[in-house]
Design a protein around this ligand. Structure first.
Ligand code: 0X9
Ligand code: ZN
Length: 443
């Protein structure tokens, strides 16, 4: 368990979170900012997973777990309830109204310009696919609640598979950005797609491209992402942009999947950051993943990127029980441990963090039988600038740290059980990553 070093409440208290002036007049944004204003960024004493689960059950969105506490967003009501149950609130911080006035362009602050907004992510994927049109295509897997297309890049060396979106080769899905403010979770899968295609002439990469069916969806929640950056100052937005018709917005897409939906660590309160939605798969974004995964019966592995804390998580997340099937359990454990050896993340069962039901990987494994992981990318700790906004310098690090794990998963896609046999991945030995070409990428 990570401890919480060199980080004081005094340092946190000097941070100010900004809200747009435009939020005062813009109906569409007003309710969102009210929710943010109502929420506090808090540290709560919690000594173990049972206490963390109790906190999550109050509807608090836990963002970082420390040895004896958690950090997250909580409403005053939730804090009251927790105090009533004897929890100690170690710190509670406000959002303050700050600058605003965006001119209609949704973009990152200049210092974070390397991050891709929706238009940039879309065009990066398009350019990538069109410059490798023989083996890659972009395709929309559905539309968000605000009618944005959710783009996937499909990589397959068989032109018929590209045309028909179906392949008999073993398939893998990498998906980023279930959570809006976790912008690094867009960049890593985007760079991974770029890496595979730019290095297609590397024999090891080509062997994988030629024998696997590869799907990458870097930005599942563009509505939330765009909302988060729309004013020039980050809004710490997590959910999608569903209008809940009661003055609140947003469903937590990582609580909206059907497997074990609503059985703990999620909230029925529409204003909660972990609002589960009115019904399982109520959201077009999770529906799009469901329809897609159900249509791609060749899929074997799913990796969902989140931030932050540097963790590799595997099912179950909605219950403390380990995976019952000994083979599947061993595969998840072995793969997580092997990948953690490379990226130095901490491998563990999701619910060791805290119970959260309705997440992507419980559904992907529990309903579809896919070997499934959640990566919580860097940073390890909240750091001075806040863990969701670690700066553009973190992009390259997160990519470098996770390239080999991503390639390893791709390699084992033909038969994940190879992880536990004497026919392991080629990436276990003497692996030197082909050179990166970031200068081609940023556009
Ligand atoms: O709570 C989440 O959805 C994920 N963490 S995040 O800080 N990115 O929001 C973790 C999901 C892991 N699943 C469970 N703990 N069940
Ligand atoms: Zn997340």
């Amino acid at each position: 368990m990570t401890v919480f070093p060199r980080w004081t409440l005094a340092a946190l208290a000097t941070l100010s979170f900004s809200l747009p002036a435009s939020a005062q007049t813009d109906h569409h944004h007003r309710h969102g900012s009210e929710e943010i204003r109502a929420s506090r960024w808090v540290q709560i004493h919690a000594k173990d997973k049972t206490e963390r689960t109790a906190i999550a059950n109050e509807g608090v969105s836990i963002e970082a777990v420390r040895s004896d506490s958690v950090w997250g967003f909580a409403t005053p009501d939730q804090l009251q309830a927790l105090k009533g149950k004897g929890f100690r609130i170690l710190g509670s911080f406000d959002f303050t109204t700050g600058r605003g006035g965006h001119q209609g362009g949704f973009d990152f602050p200049a210092k974070d310009a390397k991050f891709h907004n929706y238009a940039e992510a879309t065009s990066a994927l398009r350019m990538l696919a069109s410059s490798h049109a023989d083996i890659a295509r972009t395709i929309s897997i559905g539309k968000t609640i605000e009618r944005r297309d959710i783009w996937a890049i499909h990589i397959n060396t068989n032109p018929d598979a590209l045309m028909s979106n179906s392949s008999s080769k073993p398939g893998i899905l990498y998906v980023g950005n279930h959570h809006a403010r976790e912008h690094l979770s867009v960049e890593v899968p985007l760079m991974f797609a770029q890496h595979l295609l730019k290095n297609r002439d590397d024999p090891k990469i080509w062997a994988l491209l030629d024998s696997r069916d590869i799907w990458i969806i870097p930005m599942l929640n563009p509505d939330g992402s765009e909302f988060d950056i729309a004013t020039g100052s980050y809004k710490y937005w997590r959910k999608n942009r569903r209008n809940n018709r009661d003055g609140t917005f947003g469903v937590d897409l990582n609580r909206n999947y059907s497997f074990g939906w609503g059985t703990g660590g999620s909230s029925k309160d529409t204003s909660s950051d972990v609002y589960m939605g009115p019904t399982p798969f109520s959201e077009p974004e999770t529906q799009a993943i469901k329809t897609f995964v159900e249509s791609q019966t060749n899929l074997k592995i799913l990796l969902s990127f989140h931030t932050f804390s540097e963790l590799i998580l595997y099912p179950w997340g909605g219950k403390y029980d380990p995976i019952a099937d000994p083979k599947d359990r061993a595969i998840h454990e072995k793969m997580a441990k092997t990948m953690a050896g490379w990226n130095k993340y901490k491998p563990q069962q999701s619910s060791d963090l805290y119970i959260a039901s309705g997440d992507t990987t419980d559904w992907a494994y529990g309903d579809r039988g896919l070997i499934s992981f959640t990566f919580e990318l860097s940073p390890a700790n909240t750091g001075g600038a806040g863990g969701f906004y670690p700066g553009a310098g973190m992009i390259d690090k997160a990519f470098q740290d996770n390239l080999r794990p991503c390639l390893y998963l791709l390699d084992l896609t033909d038969d994940p059980a190879r992880a536990t046999t004497n026919r392991p991945s080629i990436f276990l030995q003497n692996y030197v990553a082909p050179s990166l070409a970031p200068e081609h990428f940023w556009n």
